[in-house]
Design a protein around this ligand. Structure first.
Ligand code: KIV
Length: 296
């Protein structure tokens, strides 16, 4: 595992993210929103880090977009750790946040802290993310106490897909909106340094953003949040099937990859790849000896 670069050299730290809301921090200009994208592997992390993304979230969405599961529920701690390490190796400037997968913080507090410590010690993550509001108060407090910065996550929490009855926008009724507000307050009061607001009406996210002192990172929560996060496979056009309306696509890499693969197959089948220039050669002297022996 490569060591995380020290602060003071442009590295984004947890305090940079927290202070972003209240005052100008050296890493981030306060007028700018916080940018966050998911990353699951070394080359993508390197590219996103070089592009200036502030936070790389190794989301458990990797279960769906990388591993082909139907939901995030099957993702294991070991699968997450494998990808967190790869992202850590590719990241110099961005803050690396590891998602704690379903089941890894749902039993005892002791086990949850132990698992979160693995993400920091073995994975090189600088923070962890946990889903849930009021019911996570104790957990968030314990993790924070153990010096593990926590990013909260309320609204549509995909690990609750069975309890919620599907991937549905949350907070649409007065009661539900008030519930989200209470959840967000609880996450902040427990000590989280930031919070993801997923799939909720813009107005609700704006109210939460206004009230909280920690930055809100929107994912389908409108433009008033302090920052935004998207799944990189959606951004790059690598997902197929339904994507939510907020998942703006900035490229169509599926098309680029399919075209490159088709051209490669065509070149191989028609003898255009590899060319002589793309082949290794014997020295002239060895070649004539070798060919002479072959003819003899
Ligand atoms: O798992 C994930 O990628 C996430 C973000 C979409 C917030 O939780």
């Amino acid at each position: 595992m490569s060591a995380a670069p020290r602060a003071g050299n442009g590295k984004i730290t947890v305090p940079d993210i927290v202070e972003h809301k209240s005052r100008r921090s050296p890493g981030l200009s306060s007028s700018e929103k916080i940018t966050c994208l998911t990353a699951y592997d070394f080359p993508t992390a390197r590219i996103l880090d070089d592009a200036g993304v502030d936070i790389l979230l190794v989301g458990d969405s990797l279960g769906m977009v990388v591993l082909g599961y139907d939901s995030t529920l099957p993702v294991t701690v070991d699968e997450m750790l494998h990808h967190v390490r790869a992202v850590r190796r590719g990241t110099r400037r961005a803050l690396v946040v590891a998602d704690m997968p379903y089941g890894s913080y749902h039993t005892s507090l002791e086990d949850s802290v132990r698992t979160a410590l693995r993400f920091v010690k073995e994975g090189g993550a600088e923070a962890v993310k946990v889903e849930g509001g009021e019911r996570r108060i104790e957990l968030i407090a314990r993790l924070t106490e153990a010096e593990i910065p926590v990013m909260g996550h309320v609204g549509l929490t995909p690990q609750s897909v069975n309890a919620l009855g599907g991937f549905k926008v949350q907070g649409r009724s007065e009661d539900a909106a008030q519930h989200l507000l209470r959840d967000a307050r609880a996450v902040e009061s427990a000590g989280a340094f930031s919070i993801v607001l997923e799939s909720m009406p813009r107005e609700v996210a704006a109210r939460i953003t206004d009230e909280l002192h920690i930055p809100t990172i929107g994912n389908g929560a409108g433009p008033d949040c302090d920052g935004q996060v998207l799944v990189i496979h959606d951004v790059l056009g690598l997902t197929n099937g339904h994507t939510p309306k907020f998942a703006r696509r900035y490229a169509n890499l599926s098309e680029v990859i399919a075209r490159a693969a088709a051209e490669y197959c065509d070149d191989v089948r028609n003898g255009r790849f590899p060319s002589d220039d793309e082949s290794y050669h014997l020295s002239a002297e060895l070649r004539s000896r070798f060919l002479a022996k072959q003819r003899a």
